[in-house]
Design a protein around this ligand. Structure first.
Ligand code: GLA
Length: 371
């Protein structure tokens, strides 16, 4: 068992006084390329990170949710705006799908950084869904569990996200990225052997609160829908570069990002399969430029990180996740990651930005039942 899984199990024993019937965990994710394409029916390429949220659950008693990290318990059957809305939402969405998971108790522990754009919410949803599926013997497949988690997020929690984060958390494999076709919902693992080519995946959490994220996210979605309507296509997935001539202003900029980003994901997968990390890196930089200029979801901090990474020899760097703050990633020669962090810390201090935080992740396994 991993450390977080042990902590969830111990918290269960301590809080509820018996052994859990199931222990499961699920990872956060970073997205390598393909941003805001998921809700346009397009392509994304996330990978799971080696930070997880674990849950220990059983049916022998109360209906409580306990967080070892926050050290507090919440009733299963009450509405409030705490972390507990995620597991509650999953139980609700399971019920909506015809699987009743109304009586259980569960303890949670995790180490996915929160509110950073690394999908701690998808991790808690995926861990809960997998644990409840095992506990009640529903036998729901992982893709359907991911859609149930997305429904929890969209309709119970009330955040209009796409399918990427839940799919990544449930379906990623260690040492691989996951190519998801967000229309057909087909997913395929793509080998990501960074170690073998001497590269590391550095994540810079700018710790800029993603305050405008909800409004900004919804505005982007709405503009994409307007653009698709003008072009007479079901979603921007179906638009081509030639179609862009028929758009202008905001719709043109947003659609141009989506159309070019989808093409970049396809080329990025070809590059990864050919182990051509130089080509892959160029696509990352191009993706960042498109998010900065056309989709307008970057911040001065994220832009600074990407430029500093470039100056320090990163083959590729870009913001990852929804944007408006949060994290950026860089591929770095493994020996130079410390230099990048230092250069970045100095530059951020010099420009009066907040202090960033750095992580190095390896592409990790998706959700698992471990006990
Ligand atoms: C958030 C959403 C995802 C996706 C990204 C942007 O992480 O939850 O569904 O839209 O933003 O790529």
């Amino acid at each position: 068992m991993r450390e977080t899984e042990k902590r969830a199990r111990e918290a269960y024993v301590e809080k509820f006084g018996g052994e859990p019937e199931v222990v499961a965990s699920a990872p956060g994710r970073i997205n390598l390329i393909g941003e805001h394409t998921d809700y346009n029916g397009g392509f994304v390429l996330p990978c799971a990170i080696d930070r997880r949220i674990a849950v220990a659950a059983g049916r022998d008693g109360g209906e409580l949710l306990y967080s070892a990290d926050f050290e507090h318990a919440r009733p299963l059957h009450r509405e409030d705006d705490s972390w507990a809305k995620y597991p509650r939402g999953v139980a609700w969405a399971l019920r909506e799908a015809g699987h009743e998971a109304d009586s259980f108790q569960a303890a949670f522990a995790g180490d996915v950084p929160r509110a950073s754009g690394l999908s701690s919410s998808a991790a808690i949803e995926a861990a809960t869904a997998l644990a409840l599926d095992d506990l009640f013997g529903f036998g729901v497949d992982r893709k359907s569990l991911a859609r149930i988690c997305q429904r929890a997020e969209n309709e119970y929690v009330g955040v209009g996200s796409g399918i990427m984060d839940q799919y990544a958390s449930l379906l990623c494999e260690a040492g691989s990225a996951l190519l998801i076709d967000c229309r057909s919902l087909e997913a395929a693992s793509v080998p990501l052997d960074l170690e073998g080519v001497g590269l590391s995946l550095v994540v810079c959490d700018t710790r800029v609160e993603r305050g405008l994220a909800d409004t900004g996210y919804n505005d982007r979605r709405a503009a994409c829908e307007r653009a698709a309507e003008t072009l007479g296509v079901e979603a921007l997935r179906d638009a081509t570069e030639g179609d862009l001539d028929r758009l202008s202003g905001e719709e043109l900029r947003r659609a141009r990002h989506i159309v070019t980003e989808n093409a970049r994901v396809t080329r990025a997968v070809e590059a990864l399969r050919a182990r051509d990390f130089e080509a892959f890196g160029h696509l990352m930089y191009a993706s960042h430029g498109s998010m900065r200029d056309d989709y307008e979801i970057s911040t001065p901090e994220l832009d600074a990180f990407v430029e500093i990474a470039r100056d320090n020899g990163a083959p590729g760097a870009r913001l990852t996740g929804a944007g408006f703050g949060g994290c950026a990633i860089a591929l770095m020669p493994s020996g130079n990651t410390g230099t990048l962090a230092e250069a970045c810390q100095q530059a951020f201090a010099g420009r009066g930005f907040g202090e960033p935080e750095f992580y190095e992740f390896v592409p990790a396994a998706g959700a698992e039942v471990v006990g």
